[in-house]
Design a protein around this ligand. Sequence first.
Ligand code: FAD
Length: 285
Amino acid sequence: MTQTSPVFSCEFFPPKTEDGINKLTATSKALAAVKPRFFSVTFGAGGSTRDRTFETVIDLQEKSGIDTAPHLSCISSTRENIREMLTGYQDKGINHIVALRGDMPSGMVEAGEFRYANELVAFIREETGDHFHIEVAAYPEYHPQATSPDKDLANFKRKVDAGASSAITQYFYNPDAYFQFIDRCNTIDIDIDIVPGIMPITNYYQLTRFSDACGAEIPRWIRKRLESYGEDLESIRAFGEEVVAGLCAQLLEQGAPGLHFYTLNRAEPVLAIWNRLGLNTLQQN
Ligand code: FAD
């Protein structure tokens, strides 16, 4: 891990409406000004946003000039679908990708031709060699379906061995979970950068819903404070900013190789944390 050149990145979801597209254009412009190393765009469960993800990636990269990485999930895709998407991205000069298993859309029971993300990473390498920088997901608090922490770690290593270039974590608010995870990765010779995923806190109920779904823990002291603010959004915002900026500062001070912000298509919460950290002095080239 490096302390001299941290990698900052911002994740968006593909908007559905004209209004959403305009809002994302403004958000990406505001965030591009602080020069993150890359943007990424999520991929809806079961490929539901396949075309919108593609269009959003191309649009963002063209308008902002910032390297933009599509997320690509494989759980309900065929090899042919994935091959087509990879070719489409290669043809447009995209060379960075976030490779995921994804989750089954509700109502679907049959997996496609890929069962796990390591199979997708291996397929991307087979098909496209070294063209793509491949990011994979990592879970410091363990994936909710993992049968044990050891097996989850071994499964993470499969993705690295299959050719992942670096990883982005699920968000967390307990830095010990991250550093413990890194220590465990080091003991089994995982040597790629593992960048913490950062979720700004702006809306307590939304955060609780996301966290329950993805297995991220909100520590009791944070939960209690947020609950105590009720509908007072200004206090939630101020407290959330203080907590998340403190987390980011500690992660960077103790050697995290960068920060990946889950923006939910909003610039202000990220910029507020960025400014608190004095990150404007660490701009990426
Ligand atoms: P995997 O690495 O395949 O792991 C899934 C589970 O299977 C784990 O429990 C693991 O231990 C187990 N496992 C893995 N390999 C094996 C194996 N070979 N044998 C047995 N068990 C195995 N979801 C979306 O739908 N769209 C997105 O755009 C999206 N972006 C994300 C971005 C980041 C940074 C992160 C952290 C998550 C994102 N997700 C996204 C959520 C992700 O798709 C889910 O968490 C999904 O449940 C797991 O995906 P994965 O790639 O981590 O799967």
